[in-house]
Design a binder for this molecule. Structure first.
Ligand code: XMP
Length: 508
């Protein structure tokens, strides 16, 4: 059983960050909603962090402190709302302030304590609160104060329950990570065993126990998540695992070959490759609407996949590359659907196969680390995000073979130049988009009338918002020259300088 630190989710925008910081420090951590907390979650828990949140403890529907937490006798750290909730529940007092305290604040340490051990006597910390504790519960000691917050830190006499009004997980807080580290090591005595080899060992046991003699399949798309799922399951199950690679012909230049080379030859997997290019092209004939294209590709993918599975013998499980962010974000999305984001590689719900989601406790960067630990090449593991419907949504209007060639060739040039100029680490996603627009140009002495191609390159953290990447003009010039000279069918290249919002990253 892995030792872990539970983070109770009271709704702060920084919650995932707390979990990530703890994992970065080498201890497993997971985020649990207070109403979902049960005895099982507490197995292996060495400490509990109560997160911040938007509520006041006096709100009618304010989330409560589950009894289980205090009963568990596990050390507790309450952050912001978590501190107020502790004080309120244990008999202290919380008062509301009209003015919200937001930003960097200097805090004096009043008393030596395990959280700020070996740190200086004053620290700049990140505050973001309206309410604050105005009277400590009996048995609690004040540890720090700022100009506006008399109880910026508190602990009980036994040194097992702590409250801090500031956010240690935010980078602006001086020694924030050290304070989290002190909590997990010096107060909770958690061992730092959360490493990828450890994860692989745990998953091996878990999946072998579950699958027994059964057979597992997965849809391999060539993207990071499905590639790591395949490498992991191949490592654990060997011949009891078969990845199925549906080549819909809408991948980037050379990617289908790379998938086959990596998984068939290097990893010696029993890879089933389905060349379904014709099938997809036929289905997409005459279709221009982006959402219709997405739907057709998603559905056709499932059909091809099902056809292959029918040809196989006994199959018991379907593995999918669901990530931890998908798990904790599902159900909270109320936003309007801008794009349906059909993700090729998932979906066949009605196939009566049991589901295995071996990455559903991992963040994306951990998935990449796992991929490297399993021996996947960097070109796959560090790959930029690529949409399930592939190049079909980078060809505005109807998809044809010629247009796929234009996008593949121009995208290959862009990738080559971005890599050659070492910009690939800084730019989050970069690709080309073929427009149906035709303009007049001149090549040699000839008039041309050809398509306009767009270069799209953005910086982003998570794809939710993005800025256009500031690629130096001389590099853009070289890319544009190469594209107009080397790619037949275009005579003009433009650079998209729109951020998201108001633009989206993809054009469709
Ligand atoms: P947008 O264009 O919505 O893209 O700003 C945000 C991120 O999502 C990717 N994207 C998709 N991924 N299926 C996917 O699996 C889709 O239909 C899809 N549409 C957009 C896009 O590449 C970017 O990384």
């Amino acid at each position: 059983m892995n030792e872990k630190i539970l983070v109770i989710d009271y709704g702060s925008q920084y919650n995932q960050l707390i979990v990530r910081r703890i994992r970065d420090l080498g201890v497993f951590s997971e985020l649990i909603h207070p109403e979902e907390l049960c005895d099982d979650h507490l197995l292996g828990a060495k400490g509990i962090i109560l997160s911040g949140g938007p509520n006041s403890v006096y709100d009618q529907n304010a989330p409560k402190l589950p009894k289980l937490i205090l009963d568990s006798k596990v050390p507790i750290l309450g952050i912001c709302y978590g501190m107020q909730l502790l004080a309120h529940t244990l008999g202290g007092k919380v008062t509301s302030h009209e003015k919200k305290e937001y930003g960097l604040t200097f805090m004096d340490i009043l008393k030596p304590n395990p959280l700020t051990k070996d740190l200086s006597s004053g620290l700049n910390v990140w505050m973001s609160h309206g309410d604050q504790v105005s009277q400590l519960p009996t048995g609690f000691i004040p540890l720090a104060s700022s100009k506006t917050t008399p109880y910026a830190m508190m602990m009980n006499q036994e040194e097992t329950i702590f409250g801090i009004q500031f956010h240690p997980e935010v980078r602006h807080t001086e020694h924030g990570l050290t304070m989290i580290d002190h909590f997990i090591t010096q107060i909770c005595h958690a061992r730092k065993t959360w490493t990828m080899p450890h994860f692989i060992k745990d998953k091996t046991k878990e999946i072998k126990d579950l699958v027994q003699e059964g057979h597992v399949i997965c849809a391999l798309s060539g993207g990071v998540d499905s590639s790591v799922v395949a490498a992991l399951l191949n490592h654990i199950l060997g011949k009891q695992f078969t990845p199925i690679f549906v080549d819909h012909g809408l991948l980037r230049q050379g990617e289908a070959e790379q998938v086959k080379k990596t998984f068939e030859h290097r990893f010696q997997m029993r890879l089933i490759t389905v060349d379904a290019k014709e099938r997809f092209l036929n289905k997409l004939k005459g279709i221009s609407d982006p959402e219709k294209k997405r739907k057709i590709i998603g559905e056709e993918f499932i059909r091809v996949f099902e056809d292959e599975v029918k040809k196989m013998g006994q199959v018991d499980y379907l593995a999918q590359g669901t990530l931890y962010t998908d798990v904790i974000e599902s159900g909270t999305k109320t936003a309007q659907t801008i794009k349906s984001h059909h993700n090729v590689g998932g979906l066949p719900k009605h196939m009566s196969l049991k589901l295995i989601e071996p990455l559903n406790t991992l963040f994306k960067d951990e998935v990449r680390k796992l991929g490297l630990a399993l021996g996947l090449p960097e070109e796959i593991v560090m790959r930029q995000p690529f949409p399930g419907p592939g190049l079909a949504i980078r060809i505005l209007g109807e998809v044809t073979e010629v247009k796929i060639r234009i996008v593949q060739e121009s995208d290959a040039i862009l990738r080559e130049e971005i890599k050659a100029h070492h910009l690939d680490q800084d730019i989050w996603q970069y690709f080309t988009v073929l427009t149906p627009l035709k303009t007049v140009g001149v090549m040699g002495d000839q008039r041309t009338y050809d398509h306009v191609l767009v270069i799209r390159a953005v910086t982003s953290i998570d794809g939710m918002t993005a800025d256009f990447a500031q690629i130096p003009y001389p590099i853009l010039q070289k890319i544009s020259n190469r594209m107009t000279n080397e790619v037949r069918g275009i005579n003009r290249v433009v650079y998209d300088i729109t951020s998201k919002p108001p633009g989206t990253i993809e054009w469709e």
